[in-house]
Design a protein around this ligand. Structure first.
Ligand SMILES: [Zn+2]
Length: 180
């Protein structure tokens, strides 16, 4: 966790993010900045579908795509739409600790049994489903995945500023991630 940077004051926000929608997100959520009204979204947030996370942000401030592990690889059209039509220039990729998309293989049996018992699937179909999709949704490590998603999106959308972050479930705080 040594790559994580706590944001407890405006000075902790990396200079390249200060006074941008990314810095504003950190000020609203971590620093209690007064919520200002927005008429138009300024930021696209990619975050996990996990239920333990809630952001303190103004109404209309951000588009939010929630997908397991903050993995936007399969949400590209929505990202493109937010940029081209929604006119956002900044993206925050927010991973979180204890993410269910880390080490999926450990939950293989639970996943298969759950689909059989709770959804009425056959074992064969449930197993095939897991084996097909688990490699696509596995993120490996929350921090390194957020960094790799940010790098991937910067290459894909060169004029857009992308910041990787980590949300700590226990403290509900956002952390910046130092990239080497
Ligand atoms: Zn998660």
């Amino acid at each position: 966790m040594s790559d994580l940077v706590e944001v407890n004051s405006k000075e902790d926000i990396f200079p390249e993010y200060q006074n941008t929608p990314i810095g504003n997100l950190l000020e609203y959520h971590n620093l209690g900045k007064k919520l200002e009204p927005y008429t138009q979204a300024k930021l696209l947030i990619g975050m996990c579908m996990d239920n333990r996370k809630h952001l303190r942000i103004p109404d209309n401030f951000a588009f939010i795509i929630r997908a397991g592990g903050a993995n936007l690889r399969y949400s590209e059209f929505k990202v493109s739409y937010a940029i081209a039509v929604g006119d956002i220039h900044h993206i925050a990729i927010i991973g979180h600790d204890n993410c269910g998309m880390v080490n999926l293989i450990a939950r293989k049996e639970q996943f298969i049994e759950g689909l059989i018992e709770k959804a009425g699937w056959t074992r064969e179909l449930a197993k095939e489903h897991f084996l097909h999709f688990a490699p696509m949704y596995e993120i490996g490590n929350e921090i390194s995945f957020a960094i790799s998603e940010a790098k991937r999106l910067r290459l894909r959308y060169p004029k857009i500023t992308v910041a990787p972050m980590l949300y700590k479930v226990e403290t509900s705080k956002l952390h910046l991630i130092k990239e080497s």
